[in-house]
Design a protein around this ligand. Structure first.
Ligand SMILES: *[C@@H]1O[C@H](CO)[C@@H](O)[C@H](O)[C@H]1NC(C)=O
Ligand SMILES: *[C@@H]1O[C@H](CO)[C@@H](O)[C@H](O)[C@H]1NC(C)=O
Ligand SMILES: *[C@@H]1O[C@H](CO)[C@@H](O)[C@H](O)[C@H]1NC(C)=O
Ligand SMILES: *[C@@H]1O[C@H](CO)[C@@H](O)[C@H](O)[C@H]1NC(C)=O
Ligand SMILES: *[C@@H]1O[C@H](CO)[C@@H](O)[C@H](O)[C@H]1NC(C)=O
Ligand SMILES: *[C@@H]1O[C@H](CO)[C@@H](O)[C@H](O)[C@H]1NC(C)=O
Ligand SMILES: CC(=O)N[C@H]1CO[C@H](CO)[C@@H](O)[C@@H]1O
Ligand SMILES: [Ca+2]
Ligand SMILES: [Ca+2]
Length: 575
């Protein structure tokens, strides 16, 4: 495999010989990189990607029709936000049936066709796995209300306490839900409270129940058998809640952040977040996934974990010394970048991951945007959006792109007269494919969210024809990610990164004795100069629109060089 990649990449026979020699002496290990270690992941928000039937809502057949686009832009795996049957109280994160496709998105046949097409194109499909809760309309919850055999403790039930002052029944603890208000809701029929971290329509599973474990494994197995390549595990920090051996739930202390006792932020979540048991479920699933691969062959069935947590907590998600869990906890550090972003800030955020996670586990990934955050072009600024694309792909490991960010889509704050407009919608507007009606997203009369009014100039079709468009920079970077130099990150000297000054960020990627790439990015609005970076003369291979240079221009880096305001470039040197 190494040889094929190699021959495809280099023209000189001499270089091929060098590589084979390196392989032989064991110094060359880029081929040891598993797919998830250096992938280009792409998040699709199914409602907004492509509508095939004109109802204004994106669907599976729409996704299937656009898979060649993912191939075109160099994506290696795509993950879909939930597509399961849901009353959509929380945009599909409230699931009724984990093994049924939501009719709004299509049928199981549509799903199979999508997976088949993806595999034909060499793309992997990652499904969102939502194990923290179900919808209250889920059959399991109904069975649990009726205390049916095996389902009695499928959810977190409790009698609550009697308030000694008033003699009234009150919830078991003071916990508030993520969406504010009590996290415990009384169920008349069962005459008990149930716990829900999110909406009352989203009861939490009791992950201490073996029956729940069994069902969750069966769900994974169901989708693996339909060809799914990996799972993205949602909300790991909320798996377990503290419960004392005597069956009581402790109150959380006030955080001091607000005086609103109903607010989720009123309490410090020491008992409802980041409990030490959380990674144990990941270990169990990893064992199951590895065993599945041993039995069925094929590539690694991976787990990507969503977890807004400190790197020290995330480290245990990967392994705790004796047990292995997720391959890839998502790194949201770059999501914190705002329009004040500087090279030093990027370095701090990168160090925060690399100093712990890289050092311990040799894995990295870089998320710049997602469905819960303002889009990079809005948040970090249009001048720096392409720069962040270059950086996220040039850092070692896996890049994660939220649909639309590859063309620099911006938040759309249409005044919220739109029925379904809620606080996290501005970054979820329909994908902008071309300049036709509804940006080519839907042939219908209206779309579930309005199309951003900038679609006539900001769309895929138009950017294909512009040399330094966001799309073409994205494509150039995903192509570089497939080179030996970018895959050689586990080797000694395979990469380095550094803020050379407050505003200038540098990344070096090296395939020793073969080639070297150097990223230089100026975050600031001032011209910057750099003296004697290296003896090498290098060639411009990627340029953003702020660069005065041309593709193929050479630059002698032993001399002083200049970077224009917001200029970002990739330089290449060949041995
Ligand atoms: C989910 O749907 C499938 C197919 O319709 C059905 O066989 C299964 O029992 C359902 N599961 C639950 C938990 O409702
Ligand atoms: C249950 O155990 C906890 C921890 O040991 C203790 O603080 C609490 O008072 C106990 N509650 C009851 C009702 O026994
Ligand atoms: C809470 O109320 C107190 C007393 O009114 C006030 O001093 C404090 O600033 C408030 N805290 C917050 C976080 O609003
Ligand atoms: C890792 O976690 C497992 C499962 O909880 C536990 O049995 C094991 O002792 C832990 N290992 C270490 C080194 O803490
Ligand atoms: C769009 O509007 C036209 C005219 O009002 C109507 O005939 C047609 O059925 C609508 N199409 C859809 C997909 O709703
Ligand atoms: C430049 O080249 C010389 C001799 O080849 C070497 O000693 C020196 O370290 C190089 N400098 C840099 C910055 O690479
Ligand atoms: C584990 C899990 O399901 N996490 C999800 C729980 O629900 C919230 C709210 O619906 C989602 O946003 C989480 O991602
Ligand atoms: Ca549709
Ligand atoms: Ca939970």
């Amino acid at each position: 495999m190494t040889q094929t990649v190699f021959v495809a990449m280099s023209s000189g026979t001499l270089r091929i010989v060098q590589i084979l020699l390196l392989c032989a002496c064991g110094a060359f290990a880029a081929s040891d990189v598993d797919w998830w270690e250096s992938a280009t992941l792409y998040q699709i928000y199914p409602r907004s990607f492509m509508d095939s039937d004109g109802d204004g809502v994106g669907d599976l057949n729409g996704i299937t029709s656009r898979l060649p686009f993912l191939k075109e832009i160099g994506v290696t795996a795509t993950w879909l936000s939930p597509i399961y049957e849901s009353p959509m109280a929380d945009m599909g994160y409230d699931i009724i049936n984990f093994t049924k496709i939501e009719p709004l998105f299509g049928t199981m046949e549509d799903f199979d066709a999508m997976v088949a097409k993806a595999h034909e194109l060499g793309l992997k499909i990652i499904l969102d796995f939502v194990p923290n809760h179900s919808s209250d309309e889920c059959e399991w919850f109904q069975k649990s209300i009726r205390r049916e055999d095996g389902y009695d403790d499928f959810y977190i039930w409790d009698d609550g306490k009697i308030d000694p002052q008033t003699g009234e029944r009150v919830p078991p603890s003071n916990w508030n839900s993520e969406f504010n208000g009590p996290a415990w809701t009384w169920n008349e029929q069962r005459q008990q409270y149930y716990f829900h971290w999110f909406l009352s329509k989203q009861p939490d599973f009791n992950l201490r129940s073996p029956m729940v474990h069994q069902h969750l494994i069966e769900i994974m197995k169901f989708w693996l058998e339909r060809g799914v390549d990996a799972f993205r595990i949602d909300a790991v920090p909320h798996f377990f809640e503290k419960r004392f051996d005597n069956g009581t739930y402790p109150d959380e202390p006030p955080s001091g952040m607000t005086n609103d006792t109903n607010s989720n932020r009123y309490y410090d979540h020491i008992y409802t977040k980041d409990q030490p048991e959380n990674p144990t479920i990941l270990y169990e699933w990893r064992e199951f996934l590895d065993e599945y691969q041993r039995q069925h062959g094929g590539d690694t069935r991976a787990m990507v974990a969503e977890a807004y947590a400190s790197v020290n907590i995330l480290s245990d998600y990967i392994n705790n010394g004796t047990h292995v869990g997720t391959q890839l906890p998502m790194n949201f550090n770059f999501v914190f970048l705002r329009n004040t972003a500087s090279a030093r800030m990027v370095q701090l955020l990168a160090d925060n991951w690399m100093n712990v996670m890289w050092t311990k586990h040799k894995v990295a990934n870089w998320v710049v945007g997602n469905h819960d955050n303002s889009r990079p072009a809005t948040r970090i600024g249009e001048q720096r959006a392409d720069m962040m694309t270059i950086i996220a792909h040039a850092m070692p490991g896996t890049s994660v792109t939220y649909y639309g960010d590859e063309i620099g889509m911006t938040d759309y704050d249409a005044e919220c007269t739109w029925a379904s407009c809620d606080f996290r919608d501005p970054e979820r507007t329909p994908m902008q494919w071309d300049s036709t009606t509804n940006a080519g997203f839907s042939k219908g009369n209206s779309t579930w969210l309005p199309v951003n009014s900038n679609y006539k100039t900001l769309n895929v079709q138009r950017q294909r024809g512009i040399a330094r468009s966001t799309l073409n920079i994205y494509k150039a970077m995903t192509a570089l990610k497939k080179t030996i130099a970018f895959k050689s990150f586990k080797e000694e000297g395979g990469f380095s990164y550094e803020a050379l000054s407050e505003q200038v960020f540098q990344i070096i990627r090296t395939a020793p004795n073969i080639e070297e790439y150097r990223v230089l990015a100026n975050f600031g609005g001032q011209m910057e100069y750099l003296d004697g970076l290296t003896n090498k003369t290098m060639e411009y291979v990627v340029l953003n629109s702020y660069s005065p240079h041309r593709y193929g221009d050479k630059v002698d880096l032993s001399k002083r060089i200049y970077l224009m305001p917001y200029e970002a470039v990739v330089l290449r040197w060949v041995a």
